[in-house]
Structures are given as C-alpha cells and as structure tokens.
Design a protein around this ligand. Structure first.
Ligand code: NAI
Length: 479
C-alpha cells in the first residue's frame, strides 16, 4: 500500500516508460478512445466495481483507463504468469496524474514471472475489495470466474476437496489457495457470487467454460461472450496472432524461419493467423486438424494437412493453437529433430505435455534465458520450449499490437456497459453482443485506417433485405 492504494507490481519506477507507451497506444486504439468520447459526460459505469483478469499489457492499460474514464472503480490481475509488461502495470498503478511516491491509479496485482502460488494470490487480491465486493468481472480464460464459482460451490458443500496425486500442479495450487481463503473468510465467495451482476469473457477457452457452466445450470450471473463478436475472434485471434506469433519466436530464438518446416496444430481462427504468419516468413507450413472442415480449409489455403506422428522427422517449429489438451506429447517431442522449437499459443499450457517432459527419464532442462528452455534428451538430442508451454506471444513477446486489441477491447467495454446498465434484461446465460454493435466497432477502425465504405441505396437494401443502416448480415452468416 502506498498513498492508500493497494498494489503488487515489479517496479513503480518503470511507470514513466509505461506512460509513454500508453500514450502511443492510445493513438492506435481508436475504438477505446471513441468510447471515451462518446461517454465523456454520461459515465455509464459509475458505481461499477470491475474485477479484471486479463494480460496486464500496455493495451490492457488503455482498456483499464477507459473503464475508469467511464466511471468504474477497477482492480486488476494478469491472467497468465508470464504475460505482464511490468512498465504497463506500474503506469496503471501510478495513473496519469500520480507519481511513484504518490500513486493515484488503479490497484494492480501482476508482474512478469509469477509462480503459480503468486498467480492465484494476485487473482484473489484482485477479487478482494474493501467494503462492498466487486459487482462486475472482466475475464480472459475464465480463471476469475472459476475462483468465484468453485469458492461458492465449496462453501455450500462446507469443504474444499483435496487434489489427487495425478492432478495438474495448477489445480493443486488453486485448491490450496481456495482452502486457505475459505478458512480465513467464511462465506466470502458466496457473497462475491451474489454481488456480481455479470462477466464479460475475452477468449475462446473462457467462453467454452462459460457455456459448460450455463448448460449445467451452474452459472451464477449473466455472461457476455466477447470472443465471438466478429470484430474480436476474426481479428484478434487471427490478425493479432499473425503479428505476435513470429514476434515471440523471433525474440525467443532468433532462428531464421524462412525455409524451415513449421507445424501448426489446429486451424481455427488462431491457427489460420499462425499459419499465415509463418508462411509470410517463408516457412513451409503443415497443419494438423481433427475437424474435416478446418482441415479442408487449410488444404484450400495451400497448406499440407498431416498427422503429427507423420511429420516429426520434418518439423523445425511446432506451434499448438487448439485450445485442447495433450496435443503434443513427450513421446512426440522425443522424436523431433535436434533443436526443434516447440511452443503453444492457445490459452493454457496443457496443449503441450510439459508434465510428461519434466518426468521423462534422463531428460535435462537447460535454461537459456527467461522463457526459453532447452530440454536435452538422454540421446543428446534437444528441443527448445518457449514460455514453459504457456502462450508464447505474450510470454516471449508483448502480445497483440494495439490496433487489433482496440477492436477486442471496444467490445469488452460495450459488453461491460451493457451488463452493468441493463442487468435485469439478462438471465444467467451466455449472450453475444448484437451485430449492430459489432458493425459499430468495425466502422470506427475502418475509418481510422482510411477505408471508404460504400453506402447502400434504399432500393439495394430492400433487394437484399437489410436495413440501410445495418445490420448487413443475417445471424448465421460466417464471415
Ligand atoms: P478455434 O476453436 O477457432 O480453433 C481451434 C482449432 O483446433 C479447431 O479448429 C479444432 O478443430 C482444432 N483442434 C482441436 N483439437 C485438436 C487436436 N487435438 N489436434 C489438432 N487440432 C485440434 O479456437 P481459436 O479461437 O483459434 O482459439 C484457440 C486457442 O487460442 C484458445 O485456447 C484461445 O483461448 C486461444 N487464444 C490465444 C490468443 C493469444 O493471444 N495467445 C488469442 C486468441 C485466442
């Protein structure tokens, strides 16, 4: 605590650098800045107490300060142990008008290189408010939402279960934290679950968890699926990855990508961006898929589609983009070429069998630099694993650039305003934003890039059965 503000970041002195980068990012985030202007006298988020769990980067700093500009009180944590940019975290704590001695910004609990224990501690602090608890959650991957739901569930059951021996380390650490927090503050999570009016979720993996909760009738509050706004998943997941995947590989390894064979597991939105980014560098790209539609798309786009087992003696670079678990197993890794690069860009690290790798008989881990490890097998052959299997674009580089995040985060802000101001219109279900708002986000960014939109005539609009002002497509249109 300093000047009455609670926070946990690496170094407040980095705030000045952070502020400079935030200033540059604001210009590149026209969606967020337009929302600040639109709501400058309305403060639709006045009274909102937003608990945010999303990669604490420069772009997120602009999101946080937009939420504050709209009247919200905010507390923040990162949703990944490696994704924080420490200067951005410091600048948000200091705020635009504070100093390192007298910070006046937002309580942030995040630094680059947290342990799992620290990660869950930060998430808990972010959800722990003086007086009244948070009444909104802004989530990326669903960890904050899971903490509130599991906390409520175990408080009701009167016991926090013990982890099984084979459970992932992550889950063991999570249950440990929950046990301590439930013992220290009885009924805490039930109260948070009741005070929260809604959650807005950023990513594919978090959205999947929300639909599972809703289907089981266990969702405690309404949710907006921000990921499936077209201006989110068809832009951030694809064009964001196209930019930040090779950024991560370059900063991590500086290996020439041209001429190499890159294997991309998964050809969804993220996989499409990943494949394009590697091909752009001159790699020969091979796709693995389980879905024939996506696999066929990959072939139409000119990639080979193979099984992972078939290409292990060819691949120089492997990237998982599936949002699934156990995609690249240690048995695969042991058969790869010497110094093959292995990384994941999906939300969780369980796409790669990191636990199996650590247990592999005779394997040796040689740390090259932060977020780059060489794993040497007993036969002397090694592989390079980026960010310990966590999303490498945020672990080894700085994630997606501002302009694409402006699309995603404009949807986030609109979704927060929607759920906070129209709570009674929403049930405990998962919703998407109306297409009209999606088109609004696109329009702002199109104009910022100097694109000229053709205007529909009244006759044309009638002919294709849409309104002159949009929405321009039916709900089932796939873009
Ligand atoms: P998606 O559902 O569009 O694509 C995933 C694809 O993987 C699907 O086509 C699916 O058929 C395929 N797949 C599933 N299991 C597979 C397996 N065993 N082998 C091969 N392919 C398999 O999802 P999206 O939007 O592309 O997201 C993927 C992951 O990336 C999610 O975890 C998401 O949260 C994360 N994400 C990460 C970002 C980052 O900055 N690192 C940005 C956006 C999303």
């Amino acid at each position: 605590t300093r000047g009455g503000l609670e926070f946990a970041v690496a170094d407040l002195e980095a705030a000045e650098f952070g502020r400079k980068e935030i200033r540059l990012a604001e210009h590149e985030m026209p969606g967020l800045m337009a929302l600040r202007r639109e709501y400058s006298e309305v403060y639709p988020l006045r009274g909102a107490r937003i608990a945010g769990s999303l990669h604490m980067t420069v772009q997120t700093a602009v999101l946080i300060e937009t939420l504050v500009a709209l009247g919200a009180e905010v507390r923040w944590a990162s949703c990944n142990i490696f994704s924080t940019q420490d200067h951005a975290a410091a600048a948000v704590v200091v705020g635009p008008h504070g100093t390192a001695e007298e910070p006046k910004g937002v309580p942030v609990f995040a630094w680059k290189g947290e342990t799992l224990e620290e990660y869950w501690w930060c998430t808990e602090r972010m959800l722990t408010w003086e007086g009244e608890g948070p009444n909104m959650i802004l989530d990326d991957g669903g960890d904050a939402t899971m903490l509130v739901h599991k906390g409520t569930e175990y408080e009701k059951a009167g016991v926090v279960p013990s982890a099984d021996e084979e459970d992932p380390e992550e889950w063991k650490v999570f249950l440990e934290l929950l046990r301590a927090s439930v013992a220290a503050d009885k009924g805490k999570w039930t109260a948070v679950g009741q005070s929260v009016k809604g959650v807005t979720e950023e990513t594919t993996t978090g959205v999947l968890r929300l639909y599972q909760l809703a289907a089981a009738g266990e969702l405690l509050f309404p949710a907006i699926n921000v990921n499936d706004s077209v201006t989110k998943s068809k832009f951030d997941n694809r064009y964001g990855i196209r930019h930040s995947l090779i950024d991560g590989i370059n900063r991590g390894t500086d290996v020439l990508i041209g001429g190499k064979v890159a294997v991309v597991c998964g050809y969804g939105d993220v996989g499409k961006g990943a494949a394009e980014s590697l091909r752009g560098q001159g790699a020969r790209v091979i796709i693995t898929e389980i879905d024939p539609i996506c696999a066929l798309q990959a072939m139409m786009d000119g990639y080979e589609v193979k099984r992972l087992e078939t290409v292990l003696d060819e691949g120089d670079i492997y990237v998982t983009t599936t949002g699934n678990k156990n995609v690249v197993m240690v048995e695969h890794m042991a058969r790869m070429k010497h110094q093959a690069i292995v990384g994941n860009i999906g939300h969780f690290d369980n796409e790669l069998d990191m636990a199996g790798l650590a247990r592999y008989p005779g394997v040796r881990r040689v740390n090259i630099k932060p977020q780059v490890d060489e794993w040497v097998f007993p036969d002397g052959k090694s592989i390079l694993v980026l960010s310990e299997g966590r999303l490498l674009n945020l672990g080894n580089a700085t994630g997606h650039p501002s302009f694409v995040m402006s699309n995603s985060f404009a949807n986030q802000v609109i979704a927060q305003v929607e759920l906070f101001t129209k709570t009674e219109e929403y049930d405990k279900e998962v919703y998407r934003l109306p297409k009209k708002l999606d088109e609004k986000v696109a329009r702002i960014h199109l104009e910022a890039l100097g694109g000229e939109l053709t205007k529909l005539s009244k006759e044309q609009a009638e002919y294709i059965d849409v309104d002159v002002e949009g929405p321009f497509k039916s709900e089932h249109y796939r873009y």
